[in-house]
Design a protein around this ligand. Structure first.
Ligand code: KG4
Ligand code: ZN
Length: 395
């Protein structure tokens, strides 16, 4: 059994997971409401809240598990990447516990944990697999070759999709809409988008001039701001006012983000085939999507269309395990324990790192291939999604 601690951003999480992937106990304290009120995450505030809740969250997870704390084999804790002031709180707690209990300590890379969570739930996901990590701080397309070996095909060159969803939701002032007061930006946009037409507003596609797998979402959000400005002018509104046609605007924005992600994914699948990075076995290959943005059903539906064309099966953890939590850290500890990789030799040498790349970056190699794709018909996808979403909303 491994106890995992997560404090890299705005969630204080702890869980105890055994080597079969059974969650014995877990606890999570979310700071979402406070940060929504602040209009974004304020690092010292996040750190203070972690400090105020960490002991209680860990105690709760242990109590819920009913496990004797002396039966825990190791402590795993996120130490990279993330907000330094937040990482520090979890790391201090994790190291202290490892010292007090006299057990090994396993420092965890937050993105590796997002990538591996699915293996706790789906034993079919074997290495190597293709993975997209899309969250509030990252967007990474990679081939996971081993627990500790990732080939990075592409990543964001500026902002992460979750961060952009949050920014867009703030611009549209969605938090004043009844029912959306306490949900994060991405989820708020998805909820409204379900009732809208994704073809209502035009959005340009990002990065079409670059034949690589890197991402950029900032332009799509600028595009949204342009639409907001026009609507405000037309209806004589100011920032903060709820816009008419909000559902259509959210649906169109979500579609533009989805299209960009799908185009990069399609190229990544072409590259994987060219370089034979993931062998075709008996069944379809695994494509894993994780991180907060992987909670989005529309994005997953679109990616499923791409997967079926390239003979992949899409795997995504349930939303509660896509966003930050202690379970994914404990499970990553189990994976590292089994592989006997990355267990700290000397606790005093373990530090925290705000920035830390994962794996080997081969994005230049991907770009050098100049892969031109015959884009999978997104227009049909758009109509299909509209149909499914409207149908669902009406039901
Ligand atoms: O993985 P996560 O909990 O934290 C980071 O490591 O960043 O991801 C949080 C991000 C937020 O930006 C949030 O807006 C986004 O995930 N998110 C979503 C959805 N649910 C959460 N984005 C799009 N659609 C959703 N349903
Ligand atoms: Zn995360």
């Amino acid at each position: 059994m491994v106890l995992g601690i997560e404090t890299s951003c705005d969630d204080t999480g702890c869980a105890i997971v055994d080597s079969n992937g059974t969650i014995l106990g877990e606890s999570l304290h979310s700071q979402l409401k406070v940060h929504l009120d602040h209009g974004g995450i304020v690092p010292p505030v996040a750190s203070d809240l972690h400090r105020a809740h960490i002991d209680q969250v860990v105690d709760e997870a242990i109590r819920a598990s009913g496990v004797d704390i002396y039966d825990i084999a190791a402590i795993a804790t996120t130490n990279r990447p993330g907000l330094p002031l937040s990482l520090e709180i979890g790391l201090l707690k994790g190291k202290k516990m490892a010292r007090d209990l006299g057990v090994p300590f396993i420092p965890i890379h937050h993105m590796e944990a997002h990538a591996l969570t699915i293996r706790m739930l789906e034993k079919d996901v074997q290495f190597p697999f293709l993975v997209l990590l899309a969250s509030g701080g990252h967007c990474i397309l990679a081939v996971a070759q081993q627990v500790d070996k990732f080939l990075i095909l592409g990543q964001t060159i500026n902002n992460a999709p979750g961060e952009q969803f949050d920014k867009a939701a703030r611009k549209l002032n969605l938090k004043v809409i009844p029912g959306l007061e306490n949900v994060c930006g991405g989820a708020a946009i998805e909820i409204l988008a379900r009732k809208g037409y994704s073809s209502a507003f035009p959005f340009s596609t990002s990065m079409t001039q670059y034949q690589d797998c890197n991402f950029s979402f900032a332009g799509i959000t600028m595009n949204l701001y342009g639409h907001v400005k026009k609507i405000q002018k037309k209806f004589d509104l100011v920032d903060g006012d709820i816009l008419p046609g909000l559902e259509d605007l959210c649906a169109s924005y979500q579609h533009a983000v989805t299209k960009h992600i799908c185009q990069r994914l399609q190229r990544a699948m072409e590259f994987v085939d060219r370089k034979e990075l993931i062998p075709l076995g008996q069944g379809p290959r695994a494509f894993v999507v994780s991180g907060g943005v992987a909670s989005n059903r529309y994005i997953k539906m679109a990616m499923e269309v791409i997967c079926s064309e390239y003979d992949y099966k899409l795997y995504a953890p349930p939303p509660r395990l896509c966003t930050d939590n202690g379970v994914m850290i404990a499970w990553n500890g189990v994976e590292r324990w089994k592989a006997q990789s990355g267990i700290a030799e000397n606790l005093d040498d373990v530090d925290f790192y705000g920035k830390c790349p994962i794996g080997t970056d081969i994005s230049q190699e991907v770009a050098a291939e100049s892969i031109k794709c015959k884009w999978i018909k997104l227009k049909a996808l758009r109509q299909m999604s509209e149909f499914v979403y409207l149908d669902e909303a009406q039901r």
